[in-house]
Design a protein around this ligand. Structure first.
Ligand SMILES: Nc1ncnc2c1ncn2[C@@H]1O[C@H](COP(=O)(O)OP(=O)(O)OP(=O)(O)O)[C@@H](O)[C@H]1O
Ligand SMILES: [Mg+2]
Length: 325
């Protein structure tokens, strides 16, 4: 199966200066990740704050340049686009971000917000055709026609996120990059927006790169899941594998903190600074199973079974325990 989005050994380092007279150090925000997202599926990136999720999303969006590595979208290496291609390519993928309020101008009416990309890209022949498209999009995201005349600040968080999704869909994109799309919303509203996104994916054949720190959100939406820690994948597999047969102690800890009947210590302590990641396995400072080997030798991301990669020396001996098992 050919992937719609393919990421190879992607890296991003930021020079960071600690003091005026000190030499800049390199912060490895994304430290070499690879994954494929087949068309029409969802790849979920999950990890704590600072694990490199947004940095990855920005590089996929073309908003930030990779330090190295390759991003291929619809068969084209995005670094090789010329200017015309880049403009056309922007239609293919659209972001949906955490905070719809800051993404939408509060002084623009909803119909103008959704119409704006249509005007810029000039793909509809007339004002009437654009107005019809706006009406279609409002309906597609479950908003009444009257929403067209309203302003974002008159709407609830969930309605605003629907407007942001309508705007993202305006140019018929094929890939949506969803960075924490529901984390600013009330829990009761989150499910509605996630259901809408799933429904739109089915109807329009969309491909999603979904980013969340919340494993419940990732589990609900994803086909394939990558668990990020300090800019590296510690585990990658199908949603089913990650939720029911995770082997990396960090994945286990994320699962335990999301579900009460799993028997594993939730992840404790602070995430180490990406400026000075721990030696050996980067997770050893927080790992309840860590042994000497883990402090010295970095584990490679290895295949445990088909479509299941784990970066842990002791993955074979670790498994999920549920309280009622
Ligand atoms: N422009 C930048 N300059 C320096 N460091 C940066 C920059 N952008 C991100 N970082 C650092 O890169 C690391 C990864 O950041 P990133 O925003 O990708 O994390 P994240 O997983 O999206 O976190 P969150 O859940 O908080 O959104 C962090 O240590 C962050 O401080
Ligand atoms: Mg982020």
């Amino acid at each position: 199966m050919s992937a719609f989005l393919s990421v190879r050994d992607l890296r991003k380092t930021f020079p960071v200066s600690r003091g005026l007279l000190q030499k800049a150090e390199l912060l490895h925000a994304v430290a070499g990740i690879s994954f494929d997202v087949p068309a029409g599926t969802t790849f979920g990136l999950v990890g704590e704050s600072g694990s490199g999720k947004t940095t990855t999303a920005k590089m996929v969006m073309g908003a930030d340049e990779p330090t190295s590595g390759e991003i291929v979208i619809d068969g084209r290496d995005i670094a090789r686009h010329d200017k015309t291609e880049r403009f056309a390519f922007r239609r293919l993928l659209q972001p949906v971000l955490q905070d719809p309020y800051s993404a939408l101008s509060p002084r623009m009416r909803v119909d103008r917000i959704i119409d704006e990309p249509l005007r810029i890209h000039r793909i509809y022949p007339s004002t009437k055709a654009r107005a019809e498209r706006v009406a279609y999009l409002l309906d597609a995201v479950g908003l009444p026609p009257s929403a067209a005349q309203r302003y974002p600040n008159e709407m609830s968080g969930g309605q605003r996120q629907r407007v942001a999704i309508a705007r993202a869909l305006a140019l018929e994109p094929r890939l949506l990059v969803l960075d924490e799309p529901v984390s600013a919303l009330d829990v009761s509203i989150q499910a509605q927006i996630l259901n809408l996104l799933r429904d739109l994916q089915d109807r329009l054949g969309l491909t999603y790169l979904l980013i969340s720190h919340d494993l419940a959100v990732i589990g609900f939406m994803s086909t394939q899941v990558g668990v990020l820690y300090l800019g590296r994948f510690v585990e990658v597999g199908s949603k089913e594998t990650i939720l029911s047969d995770a082997r990396h102690p960090y994945s286990l800890a994320l699962i335990a903190s999301a579900s009460p009947d799993v028997n594993a210590a939730p992840v404790s302590g602070e995430i180490p600074s990406p400026l000075s990641p721990p030696s050996g396995c980067v997770f050893h400072t927080r790992c309840p199973f860590a042994r000497d080997r883990c402090r010295q030798e970095p584990p490679s991301l290895r295949q445990l079974k088909p479509n299941h990669l784990v970066a842990c020396h002791f993955a074979e001996t670790i498994r999920l325990e549920t309280n009622n098992a």
